[in-house]
Design a protein around this ligand. Structure first.
Ligand SMILES: Nc1ncnc2c1ncn2[C@@H]1O[C@H](COP(=O)(O)OP(=O)(O)O)[C@@H](O)[C@H]1O
Ligand SMILES: [Mg+2]
Length: 383
């Protein structure tokens, strides 16, 4: 429901550099922030605005600058250049406690000697709320994380997942208008992580809080975010909705980082109507619809096709793209099979097929087909 109420400006993709919307609903505005540590530029002239109530995720490999950007937002790091604006006010050098930002980190850092109730009450006691208010607010967030029955326990009497929920509750209880989370589920096992993701998503829509989330886990980013800011070497590689990043990656880096991808290089041979023919390494001719992208005959380009867009097709099928290859190996993943194929000229291709009772043995010749719409043309590498 909260999704329907989201302002339109973060439904659509904004290019890096034009990522500062001018809308009044901007909660957090990062303008040209740079931070260096000696010779290392941890973040390099990053501009990014986060809408009020938006769930924005910084996604990227280790060392790409996610934590540095987050600490600049929170006020734990002073940028060398650039500005941080919160609610339309300059906050670059404001101390952390003046920023009204809640933080949740990977190690939940609960006070071990305080009960669950007192842990959650802590930020309220710091703010000198009266006892009745504290009781009411703590009970409310305990109910939301479904841990009301643990109020009198000590943190060590809870599981890791429960402790992380308490850390979330402690952060929510004083209703900061922004919450930042740095890999908050990183220490949890997969099953717990999945249920915590649902929890975080639910808390987000219930409270309408702006969340700036950090993860290196692409599935987590896709599942949780209104928008994803893909980071690489301290800069924004691509900013957009999960759907845009998945279906329209702009670069090889983006295509590789999110989901499985087949990536080819080739030369544009001809274009007729809105379809272009591309001759790839390994002697394939592929057809793509570049849409609004401009390509000319002779251009050297890179392109990607998601493995799930490929199907096994019968000989003589009408799919725009078809290649003959043989199955090299199959990775059975329950609902789907990851089928690794190779053409006669040695090109590797991955097709993710819906698993069927029929086993696909290695060595089997197959014809793979996919449509021109599923071929995504990439931009050249940054360097
Ligand atoms: N306090 C620091 N001192 C020196 N280098 C740092 C410091 N913090 C981060 N860096 C460097 O800045 C870069 C970005 O780090 P970080 O923001 O922690 O990335 P991420 O959170 O994406 O893993 C890395 O090269 C890291 O080694
Ligand atoms: Mg980090």
């Amino acid at each position: 429901m909260a999704d329907l109420a989201r302002p339109a400006h973060f439904q659509s993709e904004t290019a890096p550099g034009e990522s500062r919307a001018t809308s009044a609903s901007i909660k957090l505005d990062i303008r040209g922030v740079t931070k260096r540590y000696g010779a290392v530029t941890a973040i390099d002239d990053v501009s990014l605005s986060v809408g009020d109530g938006e769930f924005l995720t910084l996604l990227g490999p280790s060392g790409s600058g996610k934590t540095t950007l987050l600490t600049a937002v929170v006020g734990l790091t002073a940028p060398d250049r650039g500005e941080v604006w919160i609610d339309g006010a300059l906050a670059t050098y404001a101390p952390p406690y003046k920023r009204d930002i809640g933080m949740v980190f990977q190690n939940y850092a609960l006070f071990p000697h305080l009960s669950v109730f007192e842990n959650i009450a802590f930020p309220l006691r710091m703010r000198h709320r009266d006892a009745a208010t504290i009781r009411r607010q703590v009970s409310r967030v305990l109910d939301i994380v479904e841990l009301g029955h643990t109020a009198d326990r000590l943190p060590r009497q809870l599981s890791g997942g429960q402790q992380q929920r308490i850390a979330l509750a402690r952060c929510m209880v004083y209703q900061p208008s922004i919450i930042v989370m740095d890999e908050p589920l990183g220490a949890l096992d997969k099953r717990l992580r999945d249920s915590m993701q649902v929890e975080i998503k639910r808390l987000h829509s219930q409270f309408g809080i702006t969340i700036l989330y950090v993860t290196h886990d692409q599935e987590e980013a896709l599942a949780l975010s209104d928008r994803i800011c893909l980071m690489r070497d301290g800069a924004i590689e691509q900013l957009g909705t999960p759907h845009e990043l998945y279906f329209r990656p702009r670069t090889i880096f983006a295509a590789n980082f999110i989901g499985d991808s087949n990536i080819f290089e080739g030369i544009v041979r001809s274009s007729s109507g809105d379809v272009v023919a591309i001759e790839t390494e390994g002697g394939l001719t592929l057809h793509a619809r570049p849409g609004t992208q401009r390509v000319n005959a002779g251009d050297h380009i890179q392109l990607t096709i998601r493995p799930e867009h490929m199907q096994i097709v019968p000989a003589g099928d009408l799919a725009a793209n078809q290649i003959s290859c043989h199955v090299e190996s199959v990775l059975f993943a329950g609902s789907l099979m990851k089928v690794f194929c190779r053409t006669d000229r040695g090109l590797a291709i991955q097709a993710n097929l819906i698993a069927s009772r029929q086993e696909l043995r290695s060595g089997t010749p197959v014809q793979l087909g996919w449509s021109a719409e599923d071929v995504v043309l990439l931009q050249g590498e940054r360097r």
